[in-house]
Design a protein. Structure first.
Length: 406
């Protein structure tokens, strides 16, 4: 079986190397996305604080919609970050007469939290607008090769192949099975032989050094590599991730979200201010029942397909340092609670996915984790390069051997 696995490892590596190299470089940058975006666009990202309470974000939403009458805003952030603007994403509104969606020049708006002034705007991810969209374009490259849906699926397939290759690569580092070396010292001898795979012969020639870097680098970083690979499948290819993980672990019934209302509604009956108050009441009750504490408000959003509001908070059940995944969903006409969900603690599968995706994004562990994930980008790049170098060296060797026979 080993020759077949060697062949599979070789071709899986060659097929995915270019994609993974791009993902490694862009991912290392995205760990510092906000800082880099702010450095490139200081006028939009840096705000001078005022010695007074900031304006209500729902009021800011109204002001933005007044300025952009052909737009809708279905998501409003509630958590404030000192020194940063409030960002709104616009969606085109539908014209009442023609029924057509409006064409928006830009869809991301930066607003001063204290004055309500528009600090800047851009069409998110459109690199033709120049460096103002550099970091969003880097994100698009990382997530979808800037090819939208096609790219998402393509990178999802690459992530799946990478996950399989991680398992194959780890197996190929193992020496002969312990039972075959029992007469030569048993398991201890097997472990000593395996230890050689963890070391790099720095003083050896170029090929041996590249081989050792590829093998030992993959072993030392194997757990982190597999987390990055499998979490990428979760992001880009849920059609594979969910059947596997839902078979192994219990998850909340996500289908319930799609069943909450059969008649979509573009506009809610309850106002956004009413919805926020109702969300606060539902969340406080949910916190008492589930036994968690609310740390900060996160966001409020409207889902027209379900005709429902969603109210998010950051709670003691959240693992991410920023962002909010503790949620309640309620009817946008009556305010009745439809469902509630927590990111960790209730279902093993949900907890695992939250940790996988949070580690992938370096959203836990503070600065040390961000540095580590950036370093892992370098590791992935080294593995890609050394893998191709090893393949090329062996290919030349095989060609030379065939030429010698002829």
């Amino acid at each position: 079986m080993r020759p077949a696995l060697v062949l599979a490892h070789r071709w899986l590596g060659l097929v995915t190397a270019g994609f993974l190299l791009l993902a490694a470089v862009t991912g290392s940058l995205l760990v510092w996305n906000d800082e880099l975006d702010a450095a490139i666009n200081p006028g939009m990202f840096r705000v001078q604080e005022v010695d007074q309470p900031p304006l209500d974000t729902l009021l800011l939403r109204d002001r933005v919609l007044a300025r952009y009458p052909h737009a809708q805003i279905s998501y409003v952030p509630l958590e404030r970050n000192s020194g940063w603007p409030v960002r709104f994403r616009l969606q085109p509104a539908r014209d009442d007469t023609s029924g057509r969606l409006a064409v928006l020049e830009n869809d991301e708006i930066f607003v001063h939290p204290w004055t309500g002034d528009i600090l800047g705007e851009r069409r998110w991810g459109d690199i033709t607008q120049g460096v103002v969209n550099l970091m969003p374009f880097v994100y698009r490259l990382h997530y979808s090769l800037a090819l939208d849906t096609v790219g998402v699926y393509l990178l999802g397939i690459v992530a799946l192949l990478w996950s399989v290759d991680c398992l194959i690569g780890a197996w190929l580092t193992l020496p002969a099975a312990p039972r075959t070396v029992a007469k030569a010292g048993g398991a201890a001898a097997w472990l000593r032989r395996w230890w050689a795979a963890w070391r790099v012969r720095w003083s050896a020639g170029g090929y041996k050094r590249h081989f050792d870097l590829h093998r030992a680098g993959g072993l030392w970083a194997w757990a982190a590599l597999f987390v990055l690979a499998w979490s990428s499948v979760a992001f880009n290819l849920p059609q594979v991730y969910k059947p596997v993980m839902y078979t192994l672990f219990a998850h909340q019934d996500e289908a319930a979200l799609g069943r909450v209302r059969s008649q979509p509604s573009a506009l809610p009956t309850l106002s956004w201010a009413q919805a926020r108050d109702i969300g606060r009441v539902h969340m406080a009750d949910y916190a008492r029942r589930a036994g968690f504490s609310i740390l900060a408000e996160g966001a409020i959003a409207y889902h027209p397909r379900q005709a429902a509001y969603r109210y998010d908070v950051r709670s003691t059940l959240d693992v991410r340092e920023h962002g909010s995944k503790t949620r309640v969903l309620f009817d946008a006409r009556t305010g009745a609670l439809l469902m509630a969900s927590q990111p960790t603690g209730a279902y093993a599968g949900d907890t695992i996915r939250m940790w996988l995706t949070s580690l992938h994004m370096a959203a836990v562990g503070g600065l040390p984790m961000r540095l580590f994930v950036s370093f892992m980008g370098l590791v992935v790049a080294v593995l890609c390069v050394t893998g191709v170098v090893i393949w090329n060296r062996k290919r030349k060797g095989r060609k030379a051997g065939l030429a010698g026979k002829n």
